[in-house]
Design a protein around this ligand. Sequence first.
Ligand code: ADP
Ligand code: ZN
Length: 728
Amino acid sequence: MYYEVIVDISNSEIDKVFDYHAPFSVEVGHRVLVPFGRRQVEGFVIGKKETSTCRHDIKDIILKLDEYPVILPEMIELAKYMATKNLRLIDCLRLFIPAKLRGGRIKVLKKNYLSFNTDLSLEEALSQVSKGAKAQRSIIIKLEKLGLVLESELNAEYSPSAVKALVDKGILIRQELEENRVPESLKRDNKVVTFTEEQQKAVDTINNGCAGTYLVHGVTGSGKTEIYMNVIDNVLKQGKTAIMLVPEISLTPQMHGLFRARFGDKVSVLHSGLSDGERYDEWRRLLLGQAQVALGARSAIFAPLKNLGIVIIDEEHDNSYVSESNPRYFTQEVAEFRTKYNGAKLILGSATPALETYHKAMSGKYTLITLKNRVNKKQLPIIETIDMRDEIRLGNTGVFSAGLVSALEETLKDGNQAMLFLNRRGYASFKRCRNCGFVPKCPNCDVSLTYHQEDETLRCHYCGAKYRTINKCPKCGYENLKEGKLGTEKVVEEVLRLFPTAKVLRMDNDTTKTKDSYVKILSDFGEGKADILVGTQMIAKGHDFKNVTLVGIIDADLSLYYSDYRSAERTFQLITQVAGRAGREQKAGRVIMQTYSPRHYVYGFAKEYNYEGFYKKEINTRELTKYPPFTKIVRLLVLAENVDDARIGADKLTAKLITLKTKVQGIRNLQKMSAPLKRLRNFYRYQVVIWLDIESENDLMPLIYQIANDGNTDRVTVFTEINPQQML
Ligand code: ADP
Ligand code: ZN
């Protein structure tokens, strides 16, 4: 028998399978130690076979690193599938196990337990111990009744020497047992609810439906979590397992608490807030079948569960589901693979589904389930717009409109809380006229031009068009075309200038660098330790603060004019989500949205919470302008430490793609340029952006992946991104 082993060497171009023999039994999925060159390295067994075409000496596997296979057969198939998409097999396999397992940096926690030797009677045992040995006698009497006791506890209560003496005499028996490290969770009650009609219909559709994908489109507060828990319950009853994904689990400790209350030890959580030991134990409980439900963020999609019955992706539109660091993968694509492999169901849930998801539901590829009402019948808060151009005309050039200031004043006076939201992504910025709201756009692509300060240009990130920057508005003649950029720090400063006694918390990338800082800020705000929370999109995600009566959106246009074809969609999603933070309990909520383009269609639909209306308008635009889902945009990102290597790498890819374009149908457009961020962490960056006809996608993508794979060398790395979120 030959074993196919993929070696686990970091930073190497070796992503090949090598054949080995084994002097003992090995299963597919085992981690092993193998001789490799002059070294010994770790590796994964990914296959077995009767014959080998290898012409070298076949060496023996040295040893198995774990008692059982750690990679399920399904996951090996998944890695192979992912590897066809310009990813390295070894990088995929590494995703499937706790990082610290590699190199043996983490172990099963074992503890010593003692029990009374039942071959002896109590009298026999006592007769072996002198009358004066009080401690030993008490231990014997205690353990004869108790069963297993932790040795360390006994040592602490009596004395290690007394305990040891009894073990040596054979009166106590020592056993080493494995122990799980259990992560903390919020205590929640397992509330029993009576489903609303809409909820009942949703669970019936899913529970009685066939394998496939379902979209649960329900307004915020429509009780989606209860639906998820019900359908998971149903799957568990059939002896199957479940994965539940949320955008960032450490931000939603509520969900963890709810799941623990409902499913007890059957649920295992995987998130960034766990210690390595906890993560390992939670993962192992899944692998060994001790837990059947995996709850976590993106990477929990790789949970080692057999016999998967359902995968649920909550807030499916959230961009945290797209991995933007190596290896780059789409959580939904992985989920689709796993649910198909298992004949399981995939549930996508959102109040504002991604346009592409909704399009699939509309075209019948997904089953659509709609929930139009909140469970408590509470109205969604009213969204008021404030035209910031009017403010300027009235001489107010500050961050806050008069309307928002007085609303804040009132909130503080009533002892309620406010959230001020400022959307800021990435490094890019745009130019905007503060008088008429004009924003320069690309004439070819209909996206906002990005302002590049270093050479004073305005550029389109899609087609590469480049213009000299302008300072005077071509529409109204105003002389002050400003850079649309404002920081959360500035907002806090302004709040404190206006309300010196207000207590303000700030949440953004800078204030959440340390591990638990998120939770700290959110819990402080939740406990009323501050009046106002200022933050970026981080504060938009699923939080439930009952005293928040005011939500202020400082500059709604910031996401609207981001140079991205999805900017309208993002803006709609953000406003809906942020607005959902206000007035969740008894107190009514108010949302104030500041904008320079109050008549933009996105705001009209967002104010009415009209997702369908927005969808219809937006999908039409996408069809006309040939953006996804009607085309596919592929970016090949070329990285190298040497600028010439990067440029030449990109040139080679471009040449191959041009050849391909002449041979096949379906490549609409092709552009090579330096990436908007020319250099990042010592790597020079070039990009080739390809537009494909959607009908040709299935034929062309394998060819493009192949070209990208071939572009990888010792010095050049090529990444493939599909409909990239952010083309930096
Ligand atoms: P969503 O995820 O759709 O925004 P949630 O699942 O968070 O909504 O539900 C909002 C609140 O309503 C939660 O506190 C939940 O416990 C409660 N809830 C859900 N379903 C019901 C029901 N049928 N009856 C009463 N309360 C419910
Ligand atoms: Zn353009």
